[in-house]
Design a protein around this ligand. Structure first.
Ligand code: DGT
Ligand code: CA
Ligand code: CA
Ligand code: ZN
Length: 567
């Protein structure tokens, strides 16, 4: 198969090299270098091949010069001699098994060596109990079967920032044409859904034909899928589809409304309009009695004609926003500019890539008033030395306050990763599930409740533990957990890292109903990640959260009293 050098392909290649090294027992640093590079490429918002073309591969933090050289060889010739040696004597099917969530290199290798040919064959051999006779045991095989189900469900949706980057490039191209009067991102991208199916864009113009022709000439176009008088669809790198809709300025508001969606919001709006004697479409609002069309140049015109407020795009899911808008009762949603600090970040004391001082300074430049460093509480962490470093940093400057924190695993036996006397020395403790994601629902719920009871614990982080497009979340009794968090006056995390967003928007809304308060944070592992806050804010907004629901909108002195910080 011809390779297109997509980020996804490069990621898979690097992960395969890591896996091959693992089964061959290479040194852990070498393995880690490939894992870090794979993560970096996977989460890069730019196209890696384009970066290589402009000799900017070193702009991806995490890709060392060694691996950059191999990638250079890969982009130049389509293969890497060194990798071929690494892959030698490893059956190809092993790499296919790695695509199954929960299956690591060792298991994949064992399956391949047992003569399993591919995923379909694997499914058959588990179900027919053939593998049981070959030294595999029941429970792990059951988990693999679940993993296969997950694998089959996986879609080809893309993460919001990836869609945003494509949109940005196409919009820049569109704006170069003089017939383009206004442009906007629409659809799920405008509603800020965590994953996006295709990218929808709009243009206001008196010359749609010209604009469509110009759109098709976007330099990243790989294929023109459809082209009409007012609309066109192209496919760009990685097979991402971009839909363009063009209308004259007098109908632009109707266009915005129609293609922002969601579909359910539009259906409800149309029936509401009919009750009021109107018919709405992307061309305007028609009074049914008189057949008179009222053009809507602005989106607000559509809503105000029907006697309602304009719901923010994030709310347009027909989940009560239309009723609220009719009663003039839409919530004032939290905004990025309300955020005063970041409470979940990592430094190279654990698995981050920058020092505490570097993280703090970068946060200052984003206008943050405080930052909590919540490194993973690896038992080998030199806790006291780290605390001292934070103390000294706080003493050395007064532009930002560094809060001492830890992110602590909740072990599968309900205990915490580190003893209470260590927790007590820190100002803020996040607890999260990082192992045994598939405990039965009741056990999982009790595991979380037990951790919340610990008086040192402040925040339940990574609530569902999902990884978007990769791993489903845990199963737990959310209502019970939310009630307990509210009762204990503790907090729930909205993690803004774009492939996590592991408190889904619907759970934000549910937790809010029980009076739960939240932190929105970035889980930054390097200074560049500190600007990912906007994705967490989007989740909060889609969950109907207002400023007062979010504790890190508070200035430091108020945060200090609700978290009972030492100084
Ligand atoms: P996606 O692309 O799967 O992430 O989700 P959307 O919401 O962006 O869906 P998409 O791209 O199919 O259409 C964009 C919006 O346009 C959608 O939210 C509502 C509107 N729309 C498009 N086609 C139809 C249609 O046939 N019926 C209705 N009711 N609305 C439509
Ligand atoms: Ca779409
Ligand atoms: Ca579309
Ligand atoms: Zn973290």
């Amino acid at each position: 198969m011809e390779t297109k050098f997509t980020n996804k392909e490069v990621t898979t290649l690097l992960r395969n090299v890591s896996a091959a090294h693992q089964v061959k027992g290479a040194n852990p640093f070498q393995i880690r270098a490939y894992d870090v590079a794979a993560d970096a490429v996977e989460h890069a918002s730019s196209d890696v091949r384009a970066l290589w073309e402009s000799e900017d591969l070193d702009k991806i933090p995490g890709v060392g010069s060694h691996i950059a050289n191999y990638l250079d060889e890969y982009f130049t010739s389509g293969k890497v001699k060194h990798f071929e040696t690494v892959f030698k004597n490893i059956p190809n099917s092993m790499f296919e098994f790695l695509k199954i969530p929960g299956v690591g290199p060792k298991t994949a290798y064992k399956l391949a060596k047992a003569g399993v040919k591919n995923i379909a064959d694997l499914e058959e051999k588990i179900k027919s109990k053939t593998l049981l006779k070959k030294g595999f045991t029941e429970k792990p095989l059951e988990n693999i079967l679940q993993g296969i189900e997950e694998f089959k469900r996986k879609s080809d949706r893309i993460l919001l920032p990836v869609a945003g980057e494509v949109a940005k490039q196409v919009l820049e191209h569109l704006r170069k044409h003089k017939a383009v009067l206004a442009t906007d991102p629409l659809g799920s991208l405008r509603r800020r859904v965590a994953t996006v199916g295709d990218v929808d864009l709009s243009v206001a113009s008196n010359d749609p034909k010209e604009v469509i022709e110009h759109f098709k000439k976007f330099p990243g176009t790989e294929r023109i899928i459809e082209s009409g008088e007012h609309t066109a669809t192209i496919s760009v790198r990685n097979g991402i589809h971009v839909d363009l809709m063009v209308q004259p300025p007098e109908h632009y508001g109707s266009l915005l409304h129609h293609f922002t969606g969601s579909k359910n919001h539009n259906i409800h709006m149309r029936s509401l309009a009919r009750e009021k004697g109107y018919s709405i479409s992307e061309y305007g609002i028609k009074e049914i009695k008189t057949d008179k069309v009222r053009p809507c140049p602005k989106e607000d015109d559509v809503y105000s004609l029907l006697g309602m407020q304009t719901p923010p795009p994030e709310l347009r899911e027909d989940a009560g926003e239309i009723e609220a808008a009719l009663e003039n009762k839409l919530p004032q949603l939290v905004e990025l500019k309300d955020i005063k600090g970041d409470l979940h970040t990592h430094s190279f004391w654990s698995d981050g890539q920058n020092s505490i001082a570097e993280m703090a300074k970068a946060a200052t430049s984003l206008g943050r008033e405080y930052i909590a460093l919540t490194d993973h509480s690896y038992p080998t962490l030199r806790f006291y030395q780290r605390l001292k470093e934070i103390e000294q940093f706080n003493y050395s400057q007064d532009s930002i306050r560094v809060i001492t924190g830890l992110e602590v695993n909740i072990n599968s036996d309900y205990t915490l990763q580190v003893p209470d006397e260590i927790l007590a020395k820190h100002d803020i403790i996040f607890v999260s599930i990082h192992t045994s994601f598939r405990q039965p629902k009741e056990e999982m719920t009790n595991r979380i409740l037990k951790a919340l009871e610990n008086p040192h614990v402040d925040v339940f982080a990574h609530p569902t533990g999902r990884l978007l497009l990769e791993r489903e979340g845990i199963e737990a009794d959310w209502e019970t957990i939310f009630k307990r968090i509210a009762h204990l006056g503790k907090f729930l995390e909205i993690d803004g890292y774009p492939n996590r967003l592991d408190l889904p928007d619907n759970l934000v809304r549910e937790a809010k109903r029980f009076g739960v308060k939240f932190t929105i944070d970035t889980d930054a592992h390097q200074i560049q990640h500190l600007s990912l806050m906007e994705y967490g804010v989007s989740v909060a907004r889609r969950g109907w959260a207002t400023k007062k629901d979010i504790i890190n909108t508070l200035p430091y002195r108020e945060l200090k009293s609700i978290l009972d910080l030492k100084n």
